[in-house]
Design a protein around this ligand. Structure first.
Ligand SMILES: Cc1cc2nc3c(=O)[nH]c(=O)nc-3n(C[C@H](O)[C@H](O)[C@H](O)COP(=O)(O)OP(=O)(O)OC[C@H]3O[C@@H](n4cnc5c(N)ncnc54)[C@H](O)[C@@H]3O)c2cc1C
Length: 551
């Protein structure tokens, strides 16, 4: 309903700004502009955060690895962005310790790297806990899962992580944009745009119905992530930056260690890789491989690389094999390179974003970026759009962050009065009040009211998942769920925590589908499994089958 209403209004009147692409860059651009008073439209040809922004490592980090290439100004900027996220999102972006094992003979000595973590801590304004040097004895006691053969010790420092996941974090900005009057719709593709008088006329297509529409806007913001260059080719935009792509994969397995730390290792090829806590699961990755196409899939070689590295570095009761992989993530980082760039050692390429403004045509392109740096991107897009002549009537309006302390206080007080936490589903990793507040902010009050009226609303119908009934009903009403995958993969992370087979046989999933889609539930359910099957077949066809389990 919400989506249909928004699509109808897209072809009415002239927007100040049309944002193309609703990954993190497009979502923050729309949220910031709408909050500051611009008339904004936001479209994505897939689901919100359905491309790169659902494949990250879920970390908000100051970029410690860029210290190796002496990019201290970038590290300072990213540390400040990380600190701002930590301050602004105390329940959804939290500090986490990175616990790093150091192998003898590595290209940098242990003490040098430890000093590096101190410098990182100083550059980060001492905002996090102090780094620690770790002896082998301490590591063996604190993280017995780490295989210390060949290690001369380690160190521990802090960065931050997204407690839910990246796609949910992006959805928060889309929600904020909607709350400030933006018209946003998923599954609406831009087919190209041209100048008509002093405005842009974008030809778009509702991917669900096939209906075409025209959207008028004074300014066009291209936030198509890995497809920025392709869209600029459609509009004839010439830019001094372009994208090159780095592929990264993560494998999700059963929880490997009870500690809530990121375990950090240097892989056989010297690159950093992580063992990241993910609720009842562990996420292992990432790789960093240059690829030519934005469409990438996990190959058997990728799996073997990650599994063999992890098996070497952890003391596991038995080596992990492909059969232990519950779910996989794979994405390409769009890296901005300036004219003539990209030939240098590409791993050393800067991960800075670049915003290019075409004044004559009132067009903005966003290259590169990180989830960590999203607040800066939002602010910079507002400045660029103002420069193009769009007045922002509420320039100082705050457009990010969790609701004010009074709202939080009132929510937790009501939750206590209702004894909400006593209804927390068994096996849940956290109290229901904490979960609802983090995921819904001020809207959590409505969910409380539903639970007050009917305590069954606090039950989690999908076996093995923590999402309770009123959350599913809320997603159906307020979160523009078009396909079942939008719900299972992005509004929640259920499909990352449960195997496809478990989902297929889950009676709870059928109930969830009825809540989400009513009479259309059966069709959406079979569409989901068909699409998943099709995606697996395509990935397998592109790569030869895996050889043997890795040891
Ligand atoms: C493996 C990996 C790990 C990462 N880890 C981290 C991390 O831990 N921390 C961090 O800060 N960053 C991380 N990043 C980087 C970060 O995820 C990306 O920089 C960011 O998500 C890119 O966002 P985006 O909005 O530019 O692109 P996207 O998320 O790809 O969004 C672009 C959107 O444009 C849409 N689109 C394209 N063409 C059209 C069209 N014609 N019409 C309408 N819509 C269109 C697409 O459907 C897509 O949804 C990681 C990236 C990868 C790949």
């Amino acid at each position: 309903m919400l989506r249909a209403t928004n699509i109808d209004s897209l072809s009415r009147g002239t927007f100040d700004v049309l944002v193309l692409g609703a990954g993190i860059n497009g979502a923050v651009a729309a949220a910031a502009l709408a909050a500051k008073g611009a008339k904004v439209a936001l479209i994505d040809r897939g689901d919100f955060a359905g491309f790169t922004s659902q494949e990250s490592s879920n970390l908000a980090w100051g970029g410690i690895k860029y210290m190796e290439s002496f990019e201290f100004p970038l590290v300072r900027k990213l540390c400040k962005s990380r600190n701002l996220l930590l301050r602004s999102y105390p329940s959804s972006v939290q500090e986490i310790r990175f616990y790093t094992a150091h192998e003898r003979g590595f290209r940098h000595g242990l003490f040098k790297l430890f000093l590096g973590t101190w410098l990182y801590w100083i550059i980060g304004s001492f905002f996090t806990k102090i780094p620690r040097l770790l002896s082998r004895r301490v590591m063996a006691r604190e993280e017995p899962i780490i295989n210390l053969d060949g290690c001369d010790g380690g160190f521990e420092y802090s960065d931050a992580y997204l407690v839910d996941n990246d796609a949910r974090f992006v959805w928060g900005f889309v929600r904020a944009a909607l709350d400030h009057g933006a018209r946003a719709a998923n599954y609406v593709e831009s087919l190209g745009a041209r100048r008509e008088g002093d405005a842009w006329l974008t030809r778009a297509r509702d991917v669900v119905t096939g209906r075409e529409l025209a959207i008028r806007s004074r300014v066009l913001v291209n936030a198509c992530g890995p497809f920025v260059d392709a869209h600029n080719a459609l509009t004839g935009q010439r830019t001094s930056h372009r994208h090159i792509f780095s592929k990264g994969i993560h494998l999700i397995v059963e929880r490997l260690t009870p500690s809530r730390r990121v375990l950090t290792f240097f892989a056989d090829d010297g690159r950093l890789f992580f063992v990241i806590p993910m609720g009842s699961r562990t996420c292992i990755g990432t790789t960093d491989t240059r690829v030519e196409s934005p469409h990438a899939a996990v190959t058997p070689e990728d799996r073997r690389f990650v599994l063999s590295n992890i098996n070497k570095r952890l003391n596991l009761p038995r080596p992990l094999t492909e059969a232990d992989v519950i779910a996989e993530r794979c994405g390409v980082r769009p890296l901005a390179v300036a004219d003539g760039g990209g030939g240098e050692d590409w791993l050393q390429l800067s991960r800075k974003h670049a915003i290019e403004v075409d004044r004559a045509e009132a067009h903005v392109s966003i290259f590169g970026g990180k989830l960590t740096d999203c607040i800066n991107v939002g602010e910079e897009i507002c400045a660029a759009v103002e420069e193009l002549g769009v007045a922002l009537p509420r320039p100082a309006q705050r457009w990010y962050g969790e609701p004010a302390e009074e709202v939080r206080h009132e929510f937790f007080q009501t939750a206590r009065r209702l004894d909400l936490d006593a209804l927390t589903p068994p096996r849940a990793a956290e109290k229901l009040s904490a979960r609802l507040w983090r995921r819904y902010g001020a809207e959590a009050r409505e969910l409380l009211e539903e639970i007050r009226r009917d305590p069954r609303m606090a039950e989690a119908p999908i076996e093995g998942a923590e999402d309770v009934r009123c959350e599913i009903a809320h997603a159906a009403r307020r979160e523009m769920v078009v396909k079942l995958e939008d719900f299972l993969r992005r509004r929640t992370k259920i499909s990352l925590l449960l195997r496809a087979g478990e989902l297929a046989s889950s009676p709870g999933l059928r109930e969830a589908c009825r809540i989400l889609f009513g009479d259309d539930a059966d069709r959406r359910l079979s569409e989901y499994f068909q699409e998943q099957h099709g995606a697996r077949e395509r990935a397998e066809a592109e790569a030869p089958p895996a050889a043997q389990p890795v040891g």
